[in-house]
Design a protein around this ligand. Structure first.
Ligand SMILES: NC(=O)c1ccc[n+]([C@@H]2O[C@H](COP(=O)([O-])OP(=O)(O)OC[C@H]3O[C@@H](n4cnc5c(N)ncnc54)[C@H](OP(=O)(O)O)[C@@H]3O)[C@@H](O)[C@H]2O)c1
Length: 306
């Protein structure tokens, strides 16, 4: 038997339970991974409440979680080069990684590079591929000034670093508590709230070329007000904005691959990308982990460890 997170109905955080389930057995092309770390994401909370049931319904009992890193425990037939004991980073599309053991398609795994800490590895997939897609969508390049809303959150903390690495000047909208972290990573921090447009203008004398919105709540309109061209605005949180304004909505789905995951892991391995870990919770405290996430001010990632 093995522990896994389950919920039996849509609802608040209290519907989450940690239960004993049969240890899964890998089928053809699958690998059984003993999870060392698994990130949590706001999208999982939205699925759990039923807010996304029209697009992504749940079947009950439902598991949870996409991000994972761990050690190969068993290999199914035709599962490529993987062997028991290999350290891997990956993802599952089956809402299953918040568990001691998870079945993963071999094509959704990459080897864990030596200098990628377990917590960063286990939290990388959703936010990493989303940030990658967003930075690519706005075509951040040397000489550009790029604004990132939600600059110190899970997606934003990676997006700002990717844009800096590409040679852009990056302005990060964040609470004061995150300003030092942003400055330490080559980002100009700006507080959000009343007067934010004027503060961004003051910080960008040459104007703003591109805008990444990871928050929703009016940031696409702010970007347009700042004169950013719609094709250089990407939102991952304002689903109505593309139809209204012709801006982009490129997130996880646009870059969800083992190849992108490997590229991001290599950057971490070389010291070019940091995944800030806000807090690590044991799997048994999954409810507390989502309570912290729901406060909406996480710097980087919250991670579960079985
Ligand atoms: N479409 C996709 O493919 C996709 C993929 C991943 C995530 N998402 C969505 O993107 C959003 C962000 O995800 P995440 O994982 O980065 O979340 P997160 O880690 O919880 O980060 C949230 C961030 O939002 C900031 N924030 C809160 N209120 C703000 C405000 N009024 N103005 C500016 N910033 C504010 C917080 O910054 P401070 O702490 O500095 O206040 C915090 O850093 C979620 O809605 C998630 O569901 C979409």
């Amino acid at each position: 038997m093995a522990k896994a997170v389950r919920f039996d109905q849509y609802g608040g955080i209290d519907v989450l339970r940690v239960v004993e389930v049969e240890r899964p057995v890998p089928g053809r092309g699958q690998v059984l991974v003993q999870v060392k770390a698994a990130g949590i994401n706001p999208g999982e909370a939205k699925i759990r409440t039923g807010a996304l049931a029209g697009r992504w319904p749940s079947t009950f009992p439902s598991g949870q979680g996409s991000d994972l890193a761990g050690v190969v425990a068993q290999v199914g037939r035709g599962a490529g080069e993987f062997a028991v004991g290999d350290e891997v980073i990956g993802f599952t599309d089956n809402r299953a990684s918040h568990a001691e053991f998870v079945l993963v398609e071999a094509g959704h795994l990459i080897p864990r590079p030596a200098h990628v800490p377990w917590e960063a590895a286990g939290a990388l997939f959703v936010v990493g591929t989303t940030a990658y897609a967003a930075v690519r969508a706005v075509a951040a390049a040397p000489g550009d000034t790029v604004v990132v809303a939600g600059a110190a959150g899970g997606v934003g903390s990676i997006a700002v670093q990717l844009a800096v690495n590409l040679g852009a000047t990056v302005i990060g909208l964040a609470s004061e508590a995150n300003h030092q972290w942003l400055a330490d990573h080559g980002v100009t921090p700006v507080s959000y709230g009343a007067g934010v447009a004027a503060r961004i203008r003051a910080a960008s004398p040459g104007g703003v070329d591109a805008f990444i919105d990871t928050v929703g709540t009016g940031y696409v309109e702010l970007a347009l007000e700042l004169g950013v061209a719609p094709e250089r605005i990407d939102t991952i949180a304002d689903f109505a904005a593309p139809a209204k304004y012709g801006v982009k909505l490129e997130g996880t789905a646009a870059a969800a691959s083992a190849e992108v995951l490997a590229e991001l892991a290599a950057m971490i391995d070389k010291g070019l990308l940091e995944i800030p870990i806000a807090r690590v919770y044991p799997l048994s405290e999954v409810q507390d982990a989502y309570r912290e996430l729901a406060r909406g001010h996480t710097r980087g990632k919250i991670v579960l460890v079985p």
